[in-house]
Write a protein that binds this ligand. Structure first.
Ligand code: NAP
Length: 264
C-alpha cells in the first residue's frame, strides 16, 4: 500500500501536465508536496487548490537561471525541515533546427540543457548531500531508505527524437545516465534513484507540438499500439510507485510509459 504520510516530496514543474497530476496523486496518498512552478502562478495555485492546499507549498524558480535549482532546494527544505523525495519533472521541448541561425541554435542548446539536465543535476546534488548527512532517515517509508529521486526522462532518451530536437533527446538521455550513476553510487547510503520515460502524454507540451503540424497527432497515435496518447495520470501513478520506496532493489531502473510504441 502506498502511503506518503510524513513524507515531503518536491515536484518540479508541478503547475501543469504530468507534474500537476503527480502532485495530486502524491497528496491523495498522504504526502506533503512542495509544488514548484516556473512562470505560471495561476496554474500552480489551481493545482494546489484541486489537490489539497493544506498539503501543498508553492515555490517559484526559473530553472533556466544558473543557481536557481539550489535556491529551490533550500527553500523547499525550509517548509518542513527536510525533503524526502525529489521528482525532477520540469522540462522544455523546444525546436532547434540544424539549419537555423547560429545564435538560435546555441540558445536552444543552452536553455534545454540548463532546464532539463543541469537544474536536475543541481537538485540531485543537493538531495544526495543532504540525505548522506541524515542519520535518522525518513519517517513512514521503507526501512533504511533515506531519500528517493525520480527523473522524468522520455522515450527520446532511448529512441532519439525528431530532427529539430537534438538538444531535447540529448538532455533526456543525460537524465537517465545521471540517474544510473546516482543509483549505483548511493544505494548503500539508502538513496534510491529511478527514471520514468514517457512517450507522448496529453499535456500542453504535446498539444503545442501538434499545433505546428496538425497531421502529426494522427501519425503519432498510429504508432502507439495502445491506440491513444497517455493520460498524465499514467505517468503520475508510475512516479508515485517508484517514489514510495516500496521496491528499493529496483533502484537504477527506468519504467517506460509509452503504450508499447517503443519496447526496449
Ligand atoms: P508541460 O505541460 O509543458 O509542463 C512543463 C512544466 O515545466 C510546467 O510546470 C512548467 O512550469 C515547468 N517549466 C518549464 N520551463 C521552466 C523553467 N524555465 N523553470 C521552471 N519550470 C519550468 O509539460 P509536461 O508534458 O507535463 O512535461 C513534464 C515532463 O515530462 C518534462 O520533463 C517533459 O520533457 C517530460 N515528457 C513529456 C512528454 C509529453 O508528451 N508531454 C513526453 C515525454 C517526456 P510553469 O508552467 O509554471 O512555467
Amino acid at each position: 500500500m502506498i502511503d506518503f504520510s510524513g513524507t515531503v516530496i518536491l515536484v518540479t514543474g508541478g503547475s501543469r501536465g504530468i507534474g500537476a497530476a503527480t502532485v495530486k496523486a502524491l497528496i491523495i496518498a498522504g504526502g506533503d508536496v512542495v509544488l514548484h512552478y516556473g512562470s505560471n502562478r495561476a496554474a500552480a495555485e489551481s493545482t494546489a487548490h484541486a489537490s489539497g492546499e493544506d498539503h501543498c507549498h508553492l515555490v517559484q524558480a526559473d530553472l533556466n537561471e544558473p543557481g536557481a535549482a539550489t535556491a529551490l532546494w533550500q527553500e523547499s527544505c525550509a517548509w518542513k525541515g527536510q525533503v524526502d523525495v525529489l521528482v525532477n519533472n520540469a522540462g522544455v521541448f523546444a525546436p532547434g533546427p540544424v539549419d537555423g541561425p547560429d545564435a538560435e541554435w546555441s540558445e536552444n542548446w543552452q536553455r534545454t540543457l540548463q532546464i532539463n539536465l543541469i537544474a536536475t543535476a543541481d537538485l540531485c546534488r543537493q538531495a544526495v548531500n543532504a540525505w548522506r548527512k541524515d542519520d535518522v532517515g525518513r519517517e513512514g517509508g521503507s526501512e533504511g531508505v533515506r531519500g528517493v529521486i525520480v527523473n522524468v526522462a522520455s522515450r527520446a532518451s532511448w529512441r532519439g527524437d525528431g530532427p529539430e530536437y537534438w538538444s531535447y533527446a540529448a538532455s533526456k538521455g543525460g537524465m537517465i545516465s545521471l540517474m544510473k550513476t546516482i543509483a549505483r553510487a548511493y544505494a548503500h547510503d539508502g538513496i534510491l534513484c529511478y527514471a520514468v520515460a514517457p512517450g507522448f502524454v496529453e499535456t500542453d507540451m504535446a498539444i503545442e507540438s501538434f499545433k505546428h503540424d496538425p497531421a502529426l497527432r494522427d501519425v503519432v497515435v498510429r504508432d502507439i499500439p495502445m491506440g491513444d496518447i497517455a493520460p498524465p495520470s499514467d505517468v503520475a501513478n508510475t512516479i508515485c510507485f517508484l517514489a514510495s520506496g516500496l521496491a528499493p532493489h529496483a533502484t537504477g531502473a527506468t519504467i517506460d510509459v509509452n503504450g508499447a510504441s517503443y519496447v526496449r
